[in-house]
Design a protein around this ligand. Structure first.
Ligand code: PNS
Length: 159
């Protein structure tokens, strides 16, 4: 029963993430989408609970996908779950340097390889950070994130 793990901050989940999740769910028996409790970069806009809830909502149509969260090293979490592969999306060459480094580090530590999906061209410009910025200033994000996420962003920035 091959099992894939898609890790990320998902702050919030975008159509680009969802595309990678859907394509992975067609190839693996079980897909775990795991959001990191401590992204480390900046304080997340959405709490861990909110990010998990949003992932649950937008993947409800995918029966072999489960949502989880982890704190600490990704490889520790993955080894405990018996994961066979990590899956990440690659938007552009600019993603490649850091993603390759993380993939090699993770494989060195755990023996678990990372598979990359080239992001669909219509989503290649999307990032959670840009979505947050557009939403913060009242821009329309309906083509960038699923409707329930656009609604949550609207609520977050109207208060
Ligand atoms: O969506 P992101 O922010 O690009 O995801 C990055 C993430 C969460 C996959 C990465 O930061 C991570 O794995 N963090 C957990 C800590 C860890 O294992 N760090 C070593 C990576 S080689």
């Amino acid at each position: 029963m091959p099992k894939a793990l898609i890790p990320g901050s998902f702050d919030p989940v975008t159509f680009g993430h969802l595309d990678v999740i859907e394509r992975t769910a067609r190839l693996f028996d079980h897909v775990i989408v795991a959001t990191v409790a401590n992204p480390g970069k900046t304080t997340p806009l959405f709490s861990l609970t909110d990010r998990k809830e949003m992932l649950d909502e937008v993947t409800a149509h995918l029966p072999n996908v489960t949502i989880d969260a982890f704190e600490g090293l990704l490889v520790d979490f993955a080894l405990a779950l018996g994961v066979d592969a990590f899956v990440k999306g690659l938007r552009a060459v600019s993603d490649f340097d850091v993603e390759l480094q993380m993939a090699q580090m993770n494989e060195r530590m755990s023996g678990i390889a990372t598979l990359f999906f080239p992001t669909a061209p219509e989503h290649s410009f999307l990032s959670s950070s840009l979505v947050r910025e557009v939403a913060r200033f009242g821009g329309d994000v309906s083509s960038m994130v699923p409707a329930p996420i656009a609604q949550r962003l609207k609520e977050r920035f109207s208060s």
